[in-house]
Design a protein around this ligand. Structure first.
Ligand SMILES: Nc1ncnc2c1ncn2[C@@H]1O[C@H](COP(=O)(O)OP(=O)(O)OP(=O)(O)O)[C@@H](O)[C@H]1O
Ligand SMILES: O=c1[nH]c(=O)c2[nH+]cn([C@@H]3O[C@H](COP(=O)(O)O)[C@@H](O)[C@H]3O)c2[nH]1
Ligand SMILES: NC(=O)CC[C@H](N)C(=O)O
Ligand SMILES: [Mg+2]
Length: 523
């Protein structure tokens, strides 16, 4: 299979390069910029893409091994990647006087990389690309063998090429959707210039994955934490296809699930798909451990540890359980690797990353490790899971535990479950002018319980009750998000119903914060 290697210099949008390549049905992997040349050779890329990054090449430790230019494969540098390429091959990069952030136009002055792709024609007949830029530095001298193929007044080398060696650079970001023809440009690089065959498709993937799981697992048993969310559900369906009854799923009810979630999950998997599922009622354990705990990180750690405890106990009950399966997907892998190389701040500890203790005597089975969320969904559909399950909004492992601010209490969880269910019902029932529901138009939506009381008046009486915040976001990758511009009428109905139907709540507010600076969950 043809493969593309992406070297990550730390850009916020490197993942998007990988997604765009995958969308061309070409397999790719993302690795740190300092991947040793032997490993690059062993990987055997058909072409290499160098990402952007926050540093300046002339004063940064972020240098890849220039030996990659001797592998005889096409190389595309994007932003920092282009600047590094220019410097590594003998050109010059300097801090520019004009910085460009956001929308820009680039004249395509030679067609090599662009292959006739452009957005508009200037009054004087030149072709222009509408692109997204984010840089302060610029290439001021080309390396030998290169020509300028794109420019604009602020950036005389907005794109460059060495046709002979098939090395290309773009100062703008083709991976973001704001660069209108960006996908087309990347696809051209991958398919036409690098000559990759588009052989990365879901049916091919299922056959391969099933064979690999069978070979790995042999006649041993596997347990899988099933949450009812997209990733673990698709992992369960895939592993079940491979090894049938050797798979036992463990669904943990920690008392922090959504309304009727437990019944829904059991009904779907045990009753309809014939998968062995053990439902563990661990509400007392989880809630017991959370008494008096208000710090969000402390809550997350406690919940994470309890999960492992339950998986361990349950695997001990099986005769031959040697594997713990997880619905880890590619962004999880990249993010935890990225955290290591980028020394990123810990914003919040996701319960399933890095939470497994040394004492856990199970091997890990992670068949979705290479897939993006949209690919996981595609796989789920190909495996026969119902659309509604595959296109559900994600739900965090710690559940309502991070949606009840501060101390978690059962009464709060009960109120929140009902408020949340009403909000989701209204989102599902309200359609836009094209008949698409607001549930499908948003990426994630939920209610948050605020343990503060405010004064209200209902039926001429005074009330002094709790507040619920509604949150709905639109995002493609959950790394950044916009708050959803829901119709006022929908918000009004949800608010009315929650206040009328859920005794204990007398005020509903809507969260209008983006990520960043806020995060999607409130804790
Ligand atoms: N209630 C639960 N019972 C058992 N396992 C769980 C539970 N909640 C989370 N997990 C485990 O933690 C993993 C990570 O959760 P995560 O929310 O990232 O994925 P998901 O629930 O499978 O999918 P989604 O992102 O769509 O919610 C799951 O794949 C699952 O293995
Ligand atoms: O499985 C999970 N375990 C967790 O501990 C966790 N914390 C946040 N999330 C989900 O991740 C996405 C980004 O969330 P934040 O903007 O709140 O960090 C959103 O989709 C969140 O719901 C989690 N998922
Ligand atoms: N986005 C980028 O890759 C920026 C590269 C470099 N830091 C610059 O400012 O030009
Ligand atoms: Mg989940």
């Amino acid at each position: 299979m043809d493969k593309i290697l992406i070297l990550d210099f730390g850009s916020q949008v490197t993942q998007l390069i990988a997604r765009r390549v995958r969308e061309a049905h070409v397999y790719c992997e993302l690795h740190a910029y300092d991947m040793p040349i032997d490993e690059i050779r062993a990987f055997g890329p058909k072409a290499i893409i160098l990402s952007g990054g926050p540093n300046s090449v002339y004063e940064s430790d972020y240098q890849a091994d220039p030996a990659l230019f001797e592998l005889n494969v096409p190389v595309l540098g994007i932003c920092y990647g282009m600047q590094w390429m220019a410097q590594a091959l003998g050109g010059r990069v300097e801090s520019g006087s004009v910085r460009e952030f956001g929308y820009a136009e680039v004249f395509t002055v030679a067609d090599s990389l662009f292959g006739g792709i452009f957005d508009k024609t200037s009054p004087t007949g030149e072709h222009l690309l509408e692109v997204w830029m984010s840089h302060g530095d610029k290439v001021t001298r080309l390396p030998e063998g290169f020509i300028v193929i794109g420019n604009n007044p602020a950036c005389p080398v907005a794109a460059m090429a060495d046709e002979k060696r098939h090395f290309y650079g773009m100062q703008f970001h083709p991976e973001v959707t704001h660069t209108k023809k960006g996908r087309e440009l990347l696809h051209r690089f991958v398919l036409e210039i690098a000559g990759c065959k588009p052989s990365w498709t879901m049916p091919n993937y299922i056959d391969e994955a099933v064979a690999k799981i069978r070979e790995q697992v042999g006649d041993e048993e596997v347990i899988l934490g099933l949450s009812g969310g997209v990733d673990s559900s698709v992992a369960a369906a895939l592993i079940h296809r491979a090894i049938g009854d050797q798979l036992t799923c463990v669904f943990v009810d920690h008392g922090l699930l959504r309304l009727n979630e437990g019944e829904m999950v059991m009904d779907m998997f045990a009753n309809n798909l014939g998968v062995k599922v053990i439902r563990v009622n661990a509400e007392a354990d989880f809630m017991g451990k959370l008494v008096g705990v208000t710090d969000p990180e402390a809550k997350r750690k406690i919940i994470g540890a309890e999960f492992v405890e339950v998986f361990q106990t349950e695997s001990g009950k099986l005769t031959n359980a040697k594997w713990l399966a997880q619905g880890t997907i590619y962004p999880d892998v990249i993010e935890s690797a990225g955290a290591k190389t980028k020394k990123a701040h810990t914003i919040k500890s996701h319960h399933n990353v890095g939470g497994l203790p040394e004492t856990l005597n199970l091997k890990l089975l992670e068949p979705l490790r290479e897939l993006f969320k949209d690919e996981v969904r595609e796989l789920g559909v190909a495996l026969g899971l119902p659309h509604g399950m595959v296109y559900r909004h994600p739900f965090p492992g710690p559940g309502l535990g991070v949606r009840i601010l501060g101390e978690v209490k059962k009464d709060y969880a009960d109120l929140l479950r009902r408020a949340d269910a009403i909000f989701i019902e209204e989102l599902r029932n309200t359609k836009d002018e094209n008949g698409i529901s607001w549930y499908d138009k948003t990426s994630q939506a939920f209610a948050v319980f605020l343990p503060v009381k405010s004064v209200g008046v209902m039926g001429d009486g005074r009330t002094y009750e709790y507040v619920v915040a509604l949150r709905a976001v639109v995002t493609s990758d959950f790394m950044t998000a916009h708050w959803a511009e829901l119709p006022y009428s929908l918000l009004g109905r949800a608010s009315n119903r929650i206040i009328n139907e859920v005794r204990g709540i007398n005020r509903v507010v809507y969260d209008v914060s983006g990520k960043p600076p806020a995060t999607i969950e409130w804790e």
